[in-house]
Write a new protein. Structure first.
Length: 115
């Protein structure tokens, strides 16, 4: 099983980034997918969730209206479009697949918002 995140980087406040998470080794289309983030000195927090078919999404209040989670089950990939980025969005972002007794994590991708 692998979850490989990409797309992180350095961006100015107000900018945008699109994170991707490519999954392999399990039946991606059966799982809810989530993006988490962890800032230095803080606990890991859930940012966004998408249902297995993509029809339902949920967001933390801190990112609602700025971030969009989506998925392409044909490509076994989940995305996080991040717009209007703020300094406080700086964190390592992780994708997660949980269900059926499984709990899979990627290695994370760093997002740094700085002027």
């Amino acid at each position: 099983v692998q979850l490989v995140e990409s797309g992180g980087g350095l961006v100015q406040p107000g900018g945008s980034l699109r994170l991707s998470c490519a999954a392999s080794g399990f039946t991606f289309s059966r799982y809810f997918m989530r993006w988490y983030r962890q800032a230095p000195g803080k606990e890991r927090e859930s940012v966004a969730t998408i249902s297995s078919g993509g029809g339902n999404t949920f967001y933390a209040d801190s990112v609602k209206g700025r971030f969009t989670i989506s998925r392409d089950n044909a490509k076994n990939t989940v995305y996080l479009q991040m717009n209007s980025l703020k300094l406080e969005d700086t964190a390592v972002y992780y994708c997660n697949a949980r269900g059926f007794g499984d709990d899979y994590w990627g290695q994370g991708t760093q997002v740094t918002v700085s002027s």
